[in-house]
Design a protein around this ligand. Sequence first.
Ligand code: TYD
Ligand code: MG
Length: 487
Amino acid sequence: KSSISFVCQECGYDSPQWLGKCPECGMWNSLREFKSQISPLRSASPNFVGQANLKTLESREDVRPKTLNEIKSSEKERLSTGFSEMDGVLGGGIVPGSVVLLAGDPGVGKSTLLLQIAFNLSRNKVVPSASSGQALSEAKDTIGATRDSSQALPDQNDKRGSVLYVSGEESAEQVKLRSSRINKDLKTNKNIFILSLTNTDGVAATIEKTKPSLVIVDSIQTMESENVGGLSGSVSQVRYAASQFIKMAKILNIPIIMVGHVTKEGMVAGPMVLSHMVDTVLFLEGEKFTKLRILRSLKNRFGPVDEIGIFTMGEGGMKETNTPEQLFLTKNVPPNVTGSIISVAMEGSRALLVEIQGLVVSSKIPIPRRVSSGIDYKRLELLLAVLQKHVLLPLSGMDVFVNVAGGLRLSDPAVDLGICLAIFSSFKNVSLSNTVAISEVGLLGELRGVTSLDKRIKEAKKLGFKNIVSFDTHKTLNEVIRSLGKI
Ligand code: TYD
Ligand code: MG
């Protein structure tokens, strides 16, 4: 049985006829033709609920509705990744049976982070029992073999610590090369199993056969199957692979982390559809040339969203950092430096001290430059207008540069006051480098309230800053500047 459909490569919209423009996402020329087949393999799969075998299903345990009381909670069994920063972002570790999508630009460090997690996990836990270990070693031979689904699940504790790393992007040797960069005890580690395979059904069969305690799929875009149309990376392939793995994760209660690449537009590629399917979407961000890496949760069924984990990438892989101020604050600031101020931004439940730098110089071009890095450009323009109008700073003939030190990108409006004061400090040549500024600035030059003021102040005081200005101490931007006694 087969039918033809047209699928949008951007958003996964499915249409029976070809259209020039996708009605879902508005993309032109993004629909591709697919022959979709209901494969005999799929309908024969024991987990596929089709019309035909509905009767035999009644005897199966997993189709029987259960009362809430009967359902076992696995909250206590979360697996630690070995990185407290990552565990925090996940809401306390990896939930068994959950599916995590780790998205990010190519080269940002996804594979490195996941390989390190594999090592952490394999070191913390006991070596798998002989049978499951052997099954994993034979992983490659099992592809194509008939699945033996009647085989009982081995005791959960038996296989704790074994990690199946499916590498569709790199060969097994390349993965090994990388592991020798990040880890020294390769010889003693018998718990990590590399599977260099891109066949979706083969990978699924291997997971089912070996039942490791964590599966890493790097990346979901390389997975392909004859059961669906399209090249690897196309929406239909990615969606099929994801749905197969999610099914595995739920049935076998094995957590799976899938890597997803990001398109230029910043979407989780191929398919935003993926983010609806998985339990958790994490995003690893960072510039190629700085060592800072931020792990963000964009969606999390098992924990908070917008929580961040802070890492640095260096020789030996990713390192987590519990003292972010060392990254974001300039060390040994000269005492009378101008154009620098401290602010406190909230990222999830965390208060981060950040240094905002401003530089104002007279411009030689008719339309002066306004350059921002780490903050929204439009926000900078707006704040410059407020400074001109309400503080009467003659900035119209000046080039203005604003930078958030350390490579962090801020969207918290609480840094507005810091931005204004950094610009003011540079323009008037007054040093404010020991001041902490926390407030949103409105169009009238008024200081507006922000969330978690106490937490922010506490963090600033913890690091020894005493001079704190905020909407709590002043009403307007003008008032702050006058009180600093420098106008
Ligand atoms: P990688 O994990 O391959 O990125 P992704 O999987 O997201 O595409 O990271 C590759 C980059 O990381 C590469 O530029 C080299 C760098 N790197 C280090 O700086 N230190 C290390 O220990 C390793 C393994 C990689
Ligand atoms: Mg990679």
